[in-house]
Design a protein around this ligand. Structure first.
Ligand code: 6V0
Length: 331
């Protein structure tokens, strides 16, 4: 794996505590922001980075390793081959084309579906019990594609969904009301990006339902301002991409918070992209809906390994025919 030592099976390294391995596929702006946030938050014992560009990958891995004196001890491995991800608990996929200024997320679909056909099957093979967390755009469609390509149960393939949109929403409401964003609960749901929906009734501040009390009191209640907040949430990525070329820090923290909830079983509720068949008239596909984020594997017990691709809880993915992939413009 490009000069880096091969990944150590996590189970043999520590007999008393099972080590946690997180892999990040795609060492671009988003992948590296996620990796460095996971590193600084001490969420993993081993981080594996995979990218198609060996020099850039090696440079990113070395750059992180050179910070070892200031960080928790984490083994960092890297490679262009998915073998380096072997035995991961969590695999985060960020590889793929990103938007250029003004481009929509859905424009990326064909290019990124083609990439996922190469990336997902070997990753699933090397870590058959992992949780797959999809970040590349369009994230909801690619989560569905990753589920179909992996053969994993639906409970083990989720997308970052509207977790980032919701954090933009919380930030802007917090600014509007001049309170701390961590004290604001508020959800954007639906498809990540342009068509995401603001759930105004979900807003609460310090446990108080905010929307109704603001409207009743006429205090800070200004429909134009609220519509401005919704527009700013939906246009947030376009604004950042127009200014700096890409987004990275907020998605890094957003995905690290999902990783923390999943790896540490924090029982938090996040708006993530899950198989939404049967919800609100959706027949087949992934959507961002608030979900208790729980690891589907038994964290406190030794892993039970079974043969075959369909393990664990949840609906198993029907096999995806190669020719059917080209017919996936939308779920
Ligand atoms: P980037 O900086 O161009 O990084 C993409 C990386 O993928 C590059 O380093 C490529 O070399 C690598 N790559 C390409 N092909 C492969 C392959 N076959 N195997 C491994 N690596 C490969 O893009 P950036 O990091 O800015 O964005 C990555 C993706 O995240 C894009 O699709 C964005 O649209 C998406 N985002 C999703 C967000 C969300 O909320 N879900 C938020 C921000 C960006």
């Amino acid at each position: 794996a490009d000069g880096c030592p091969p990944a150590t099976p996590t189970s043999s390294a520590a007999p008393h505590r099972r080590l946690t391995k997180v892999s990040v596929i795609g060492a671009g702006n988003v992948g590296m922001a996620i990796a460095q946030t996971i590193l600084t938050q001490n969420l993993a014992d081993e981080i594996a980075l995979v990218d198609a560009l060996p020099d850039k990958l090696r440079g990113e891995a070395l750059d992180l390793q050179h910070a070892a004196a200031f960080l928790p001890r984490v083994r960092i491995v890297s490679g262009t081959d998915a073998a380096v991800t072997r035995n991961s608990d969590l695999v985060i996929v960020t590889a793929g084309a990103r938007q250029i200024p003004g481009e929509t997320r859905l424009n990326l679909l064909q290019r990124n579906v083609a990439l996922y056909r190469k990336i997902v099957p070997p990753v699933a093979e090397h870590s058959p019990e992992a949780l797959l967390l999809v970040v590349s755009n369009p994230v909801d469609v690619l989560t569905y594609v990753a589920w179909r390509l992996s053969g994993f149960p639906a409970s083990r393939v989720i997308g970052s969904g509207t977790n980032l949109d919701s954090s933009r929403f919380r930030f802007l409401i917090a600014e509007h009301l001049d309170v701390n964003a961590q004290d604001v609960q508020a959800y954007m749901v639906g498809e990540h990006g342009d068509s995401s929906v603001a759930i105004w009734s979900s807003i609460s501040v310090g446990g108080m339902p905010a929307f109704k009390s603001l409207r009743d009191s006429h205090r800070n209640f200004d429909e134009a301002a609220l519509e401005g907040i919704r527009r700013a949430v939906v246009g947030g990525a376009y604004e950042v991409i127009g200014l700096k070329g890409y987004t990275s820090w907020a998605i890094g923290y957003s995905v690290a918070s999902l990783a923390a909830s999943l790896l540490r079983d924090q029982r938090r509720v996040h708006p993530v992209s899950v198989l939404a068949s049967g919800f609100h008239g959706i027949s087949d596909g992934h959507e961002g809906v608030p979900q208790p984020a729980r690891p589907p594997w038994p964290r406190r017990h030794p892993r039970r390994r079974r043969d075959g691709p369909h393990r664990g809880r949840g609906r198993a993915a029907p096999p995806l025919r190669q020719d059917a992939l080209g017919e996936l413009p939308a779920p």
